[in-house]
Ligand binder design. Sequence first.
Ligand code: GLC
Length: 819
Amino acid sequence: MKYGYFDDQTREYVITNPRTPVKWINYVGTLGFGGFVDHTGGLLLCKGDPALNRITKYIPQLPGSQFKGQTLYLRKRSSRGTQIFSPLFVPTLDEYERFECRVGLGYTQFDTEFHGIRSQISVFVPKGESILVQEISVTNLGAEAVEIDAIPLLEYTHFDALKQFMNADWVPQTMMSEAHEDGAGRKILAQFAFMNRDQRQTYFTANVAASSFETDRRVFLGDNEYGTFQRPKSLENAELSNTLALRGDNVGALMLRLGSLAPGETKRFVTLLTQQEGTRVESLARARSLFEKYRHHEAVASARTAMGKDWDAYLGRVQVNTPDASMNSMLNVHNPRQCYMTKNWSRDLSLYQLGFGGRGIGFRDSSQDVMGVMSNMPEEARELIEKLLSVMKSNGSAMHQFYASTMVANEGDAREFEDRPKFYGDDHLWIVFAVCAYLKETGNLRFLDHVLPFYEKDKHGAPREQGTVLNHLQRAVEFTKSNVGRHGLPLLGFADWNDTVNLRTGAESLFVANQYGKALLDLIELFDFRGDHAQAERYRADYEHMRGLVNEYAWDGEWYVRYFDHDGSPIGSKKNAQGQIWTNGQSWPVISGFAPRERAERALDSVNRLLNTPNGIKLSGPGYDGFDPEKGGVTTYPPGAKENGGIFLHANPWVMIAETLVGNGDRAFEYYNQINPAAKNDVIDTYECEPYVYAQNILGNEHPQFGLARNSWLSGTASWVYQVATKYILGIMPGYAGLEIDPCIPKAWDGFSVRRQFRNADYVIEVTNPEHVSKGVQKLVVDGVPVAGNVIPAFDDGKTHTVQVTLGTQADAGEQAAQ
Ligand code: GLC
């Protein structure tokens, strides 16, 4: 509780101490227009592409105390003199009487008190709009009247985010600002790079009169920039200088004289920031009409309400009530919110993934992200799935990443090595899971017949080949089937999911072998459901074949090995001094069903014994101690960090799934709990990252800073933990015929309930656990009528259905009693 708390009533996390160990952020808007706001008001904003159309300059590497992208200054004059401070704490760092930053759903709201002045600031992007709205109210809490001037300030970046840092002559020569009158004393500041002058401009305004403005950073800070953002010289003058920057570092500042505030009096205003396409005349006209709309407080309020309703609809599709309060708050609000953000932002832009280079949308990443939003927005998930399918190659492999705006794809890091394969062993298989999850959620099997292109283009840029969705999936498994190595196991390619292990050509991956097994299981189930048993049979034969190889070659005695190197030697074996055992090497043979019961339990026990820590399960161990180009990126980190024996959280939920598959509900939940960020709230000085989202990695116990998290927000952990919790632990699993109910919970639980929408019907599911078991549906009653088995039919009737589930050891208690 040192820095904040969860307010479950308002679905917010409330930061009450701004000196958090690292910045904590929240997303506003979408990749179309949006970015993030940090908990001291810093802003990174972009439109369409963080690399190529960035708007504000936010440098995460600067210390927490520094101005980043934007702030607001207040200048207070009273009989006791003048105070200049930021109600956001940064960059003036004045002592606060109260600090509250509410991290909400699509908005951040500040409520602070400094020098007897209360400021409430809400920041958001209305749905579907290219405008950042900030509504600010200032209240005089003191006993005497005060004069208040408000000075909102933005700093712009060159639109090409990387160039901004690569050329300190060219960039500043191109940046320029203009100012326009907007009636009633209001000003609109325009900013653009010269080459975009006739294409697009950024506009900033307030809904109240501005008595002056500034656009030149040097003038704003004063003293040739020996003035600072903490104490800008220009704010010592009554007015700003009205300088139009013709080059240099551009800012946008407005002097808003709010006038005199009597004790208890409040004044409010709105600032608006947009970017519009067209010539200067066209884009200004567009900006003006958007400003006209959001100038009014009522319009701002109704946009906030509409956004809230959207979130209600998104979150309302699945709501849980378990005996664990922090699980409830994660599953009902924060985890699905993070899933939404990963689906939207992929790995493009966060405090850690800086959106400079050409990362774009990762095939593997997004194929997994879509599964995290499947229960809550399946059709939006499908739209992204279609994009992913259309960057698959006709041989069934996938392009590693693509740019959403152009649909141009590339092979990712594989391009850097001439002598290495250009494909990743795992990429294409993820899409099989994603499509099957979509089919099960929606029942829309017609999607399988939808025709989509493969990626290769002819000389006119048209796709050379196309095929149905089903055909794409079949080519994916075919690709793996026909690209195998010396043991008959799938080739690693440039890498598999552990993408920092880059072995020489010829290496084989057990991860891919198991992933292929799971993909075959999904297809077998699909073909059986469609009545094509002959095809299901062929896949069954492929499945059995791979199962045989995995068990023949990869069992190491206590666990499964993870790779065979190009020369056939094992990696992830007791024979190795380092990298002896790998988490994914154990969870996935259980998920694929390849591991016989005894091996499954033994492998999972080995994970528990050798890789588990109180902060989560390590990805492998022991860590490699020294750079080894034969292994690749994994050895660039010290032991315990990231993929080199660190707690790489994305892989933890796969172990949880495996534990539920062997019926170990206590352990699955222990693993769930130990990485629940909400549970870190009390050890946050060690953990450091936001307690309301999952991070990508936590330093492992080989590292002196064991327990320290990094790379929060944009991680596949969000999707998988959400899936594990809802589908495997609470056990509400969409299936072709209906909702399959198969919880695997801690024995101590008396039960739980879930409310879930599924194919146009509402299900209120009550699970009771009188015998305190982990698993086993003993009785299922739907709308008062007992149902055999554990599948609730898909009613599709727009109605609400009640479902009572009783867990127990006996298949049917009623029958037992009758005997
Ligand atoms: C990162 C990458 C992901 C990769 C993982 C493990 O999360 O985004 O593609 O699988 O690291 O190396």
